[in-house]
Design a protein around this ligand. Structure first.
Ligand SMILES: [Zn+2]
Length: 67
């Protein structure tokens, strides 16, 4: 588990554009990329976004057993 991760954490700020693909801005260094990488390729910050998928999955699992 990454409770005591040594790396810094950040998240992607999505910028939606009408005439070209969305870009994702690193909340740590402000660089923009066309993909939501697990880590920022520029500053190396770990992105917390991925954890949300895991939580959602776990909630579904939990509901399955309550039924
Ligand atoms: Zn960055």
């Amino acid at each position: 588990m990454g409770l005591f991760s040594t790396g810094k954490h950040a998240y992607w700020i999505q910028h939606t554009h009408f005439f070209h693909a969305d870009v994702y801005e690193c909340s740590s260094c402000g660089r923009e990329f066309d993909n939501r990488y697990k880590k920022c390729p520029n500053c190396g910050a770990e992105m917390d976004r991925g954890d949300l998928d895991w939580v959602d999955e776990f909630a579904m699992f939990d509901a399955f057993f309550e039924d």
